[in-house]
Design a protein around this ligand. Sequence first.
Ligand SMILES: [Zn+2]
Length: 387
Amino acid sequence: MSTAFRWVAQARAGRARAGHLHTAHGIVPTPTFMPVGTVGTVKAMTMDAVRSTGAGIVLGNTYHLMLRPGAERVRAQGGLHRFMDWPGPILTDSGGFQVMSLGALRKLDQDGVTFNSHIDGSKHRLTPERSTDIQNALDATITMCFDECPALPAPTETIAQSMRLSMRWAARCREAFVPRPGYAQYGIIQGGTEPELRAESVRALTDIGFEGYAIGGLAVGEGQALMFATLDSTVPLIPQDRPRYLMGVGTPDDLLGAVERGVDMFDCVMPTRAGRTARAYTERGTLNLRNARHADDLRPISPHCDCLACSRHSRAYLHHLFRANEMLGPMLLTWHNIAYYQRLMRGIRAAIVEGTLDAHGSWLRAQWAMDDWTPDEMPPPDIPPVP
Ligand SMILES: [Zn+2]
């Protein structure tokens, strides 16, 4: 069996694709949602819990891990897979998005970015070469290019200059990348919501040549309609045989719409962040478990979920945990939300394979628009659940 990194198509439905990502650390069915493990942990979850949801690949972050515990320390301890107990594939963000978000704490030049740590104010520098070296030290399965991403809205000329700088950096990232069987580096398409700039960016990156392509600089306040329009014009330009990754997206509805436009991979902090703030994702939209109406509700969060929160606990108990600020609340609800995102992606994937994506998409959208399950549709159990 070859361990070459590749994406193999299985089925198509319009522009949507189902396939498998073959990597040095295992095979991941796509479309896939990657839980965010910024600092070497998917917040509030054990890696066994992450695995139990069916997640196949997780994210790590260059910026956070270089500051703490330090890339060389992770390398000395056997790499990020060993360090965090995730033998499966790991994609690492390049740190570009985080350092650009530091505002006054960072200084950008043509060669890279100098910035002060948000932890202790110490001075650091990231360049395309340094970011790539760090991701190599972490043993990232998928290394991302170091790029610059302006906040939108911005003047077209600002977006164009920023994109062209990112493309020059992408060439330097490619030079610094150490090719290994089953490992990959993705180029990041920039250009805001301007179709011509996005097309120019795709040409620049495909001239360099990467194992996969990411669409960056979206979900930064432009709205879903503009994001989808940008995907409509950009995704068809990406080589068909390469995986496409939409960075930092999004809501369940965003994921469905992006899959329909040909995207294979996603990451977003929404399900984990919501899990810490009492917001539950369900087939019927979101619930706020702090709401008093859940105080005596013995039903699970969702009748379709087999996560620990839904199989062993009631909404009433989750409500109590959040009201009492108990850490088990965020733990159980993060688990539930990641389980929901994985179930959502499995359903979409199965529909692409079975040729029923249109019907499945309509059903998902109709369900999201409905109110919470009534007691008639989802009666409380006769006996409260006993562990
Ligand atoms: Zn659940």
